[in-house]
Write a protein that binds this ligand. Structure first.
Ligand code: NAD
Length: 504
């Protein structure tokens, strides 16, 4: 299949979108966007340096008063137009996303792009829904009310696994609330973030409200987080980098939002619908080639169903079609890069010494050998404290372990540092009720795994971070609450002054 997206032509002016214009970076260092299905470079750009970060922050700071001062209705109108432009360009976005990530075109077309359009429509509505406590006389002598205000310039940093959706999750609630944004996409995947910002401009969102800085994490990323004119840092990425970001942000006392790694458990009780659980596990483990922070990674199966589950998953994995991301029949694309493929393969190789690789565990040969492909992989027999059970692999690898009692299943599900998402499978309402209460994760699905909604929050417990993306909860994170208190007595000597002046 041919790649329909010509990145070199589209972004010949550079990969920095500052104040409504594309420009090249000035770091003196180049970076290539590589098609992971072939290993070919499809676009080379100059990375942003710290001077570019300073320029982009200045542009966002200049745009802030105007955008913050627009009425919620005006912001909402512009964002409805933004949603419409994104919808008009759906095919273009899907092509670019599949090219830079190697995602099957079906996934980009049916998940990434419509999810982004829906988010834009949702936050266009949210812009007009400023919630707060009712104004009133909470003291007899005063009237209090709440103002909900934007924070300022938000510096956002995104990963490469869902570049378009991550841009949407970071930018939309922030601008709906009246902030301006500088988004740094991952170095590997700047294309759809740039297109997203261009669509904002086309929709009439003022220049400087949505800016993109395409730079490396260590210099551009750290400079953005530490920048004194950035009021809030919103980061999505690995827990390891999140800790570094938190250190820098804390040093400059910024509001912080961290969406970090995951290692989602998938708990199947012995009364579950086995066919549903097998299909759910394979789909949940392989979506986006397993490069999903909520992917099903650890399946815990109650002993009576264990053997049938393992053989069902192995059989189903064998039917998954690896192939060209632009071929509509392809189920599984490559990983994001050859380096990520090798990292995943190394996890599996190390696991061979203590566990069994039931299926997969290798890169395909033949036509796909040049791409960063890796076969769907099923591992059994690993100990709970082993690396493959505890660490985030971020590839098409599912580990399956048995359990006996319900208590044990839930305890094992909770036994990693992460807490982003989980699922429990059962027909018994008491079991599922208990799982939803006792599993420590920001999302618990019952009899499904993966679906997300614009109206519902996404975010972690434990080492998966804090703060929510999507939903009204996320909108609130990008606002600050101000208490305004009026004296309504008009008395010079207030009653409470006795605490200072005594009876004078
Ligand atoms: P990563 O942490 O390596 O990089 C994420 C971003 O941080 C990139 O833009 C990178 O350039 C930047 N960065 C790297 N070092 C930096 C530094 N020192 N200072 C500032 N920025 C820096 O993550 P990744 O490999 O791009 O993405 C995969 C990770 O993202 C996984 O751990 C996955 O679970 C996580 N993720 C989490 C969510 C969520 O919602 N919780 C969603 C998607 C991905």
């Amino acid at each position: 299949m041919s790649n329909p997206f010509q990145a070199e032509d589209r972004f010949s002016d550079g990969a920095q979108y500052i104040g409504g214009e594309l420009r090249p970076g000035t770091s003196g260092r180049k970076h290539a966007v590589v098609d992971p299905a072939t290993g070919d470079s499809v676009y080379e750009y100059e990375l942003a340096g710290t001077a570019d970060v300073d320029a982009v922050v200045e542009s966002a700071a200049r745009a802030f008063p105007g955008w913050a001062g627009a009425t919620p209705g005006e912001r909402s109108d512009a964002m409805h137009r933004f949603a419409a432009v994104l919808a008009e360009r759906a095919e273009d976005f899907a092509d670019a996303e599949s090219l830079q990530c190697g995602k099957p075109i079906r996934l980009s077309t049916e998940f990434d792009v419509p999810g982004t359009v829906d988010n834009a429509a949702f936050f266009a509505g949210a812009a007009r829904q400023l919630e707060g406590k009712s104004a009133g006389e909470y003291s007899a002598d005063h009237t209090s009310y709440i103002r909900r205000e934007p924070i300022g310039v938000v510096g956002s940093i995104a990963p490469w696994n869902y570049p378009l959706q991550m841009a949407a999750w970071k930018v939309l609630p922030a601008i709906a609330a009246g902030n301006t944004v500088v988004l740094k996409p991952a170095e590997l995947t700047p294309l759809t973030s740039l297109m997203f910002a261009q669509a904002a401009t086309e929709a009439g969102i003022p220049d400087g409200v949505v800016n993109i800085i395409s730079g490396a994490g260590k210099d551009a990323g750290e400079h953005l987080v530490g920048h004194p004119d950035i009021a809030m840092t919103s980061f999505t990425g690995s827990t390891q980098v999140g800790k570094r970001v938190a250190e820098i942000a804390t040093g400059t006392v910024k509001r912080l939002h961290l969406e970090l790694g995951g290692k989602a458990p998938f708990v199947v009780f012995d009364d579950a619908d086995l066919e549903a659980a097998v299909h759910g596990a394979v789909a949940g483990a392989l979506i986006n080639t397993g490069q999903d922070c909520t992917a099903a990674t650890r399946a815990y199966i109650q002993r009576p169903l264990y053997d049938a589950f393992v053989s069902g998953v192995a059989d189903l994995m064998a039917t998954v079609r690896l192939g060209d991301p632009f071929d509509p029949v392809t189920d599984l694309g490559p990983l994001i890069s050859h380096a990520q493929r090798d990292r995943v393969a190394a996890f599996v190789e190390r696991a061979r010494s203590y566990a069994t690789v039931v299926t997969g565990g290798e890169a395909p040969q033949g036509e796909l050998a040049e791409g960063a492909y890796y076969r769907p992989t099923l591992v059994t027999g690993a100990a709970q404290d082993s690396e493959i059970v505890q660490s985030e692999i971020f590839g098409p690898v599912l580990v399956v372990l048995p359990f006996d009692s319900d208590d044990e299943g839930i305890a094992l599900a909770n036994d990693t540092p992460y807490g982003l998402a989980a699922s429990a499978w059962s027909r018994d309402v008491y079991r599922t009720g208990r799982a939803t209460r006792d599993i420590k994760a920001g999302c618990v699905w019952i009899n499904d795994h993966i679906p997300i909604l614009s109206e519902m929050p996404h975010g972690g417990y434990k080492a998966s971070g804090f703060g929510k993306d999507m939903s009204a909860y996320s909108f609130e994170e990008y606002t600050q609450v101000k208490h305004v208190m009026y004296d309504n007595t008009a008395v010079a000597r207030k009653d409470w002054h006795r605490t200072v002046f005594g009876d004078r």
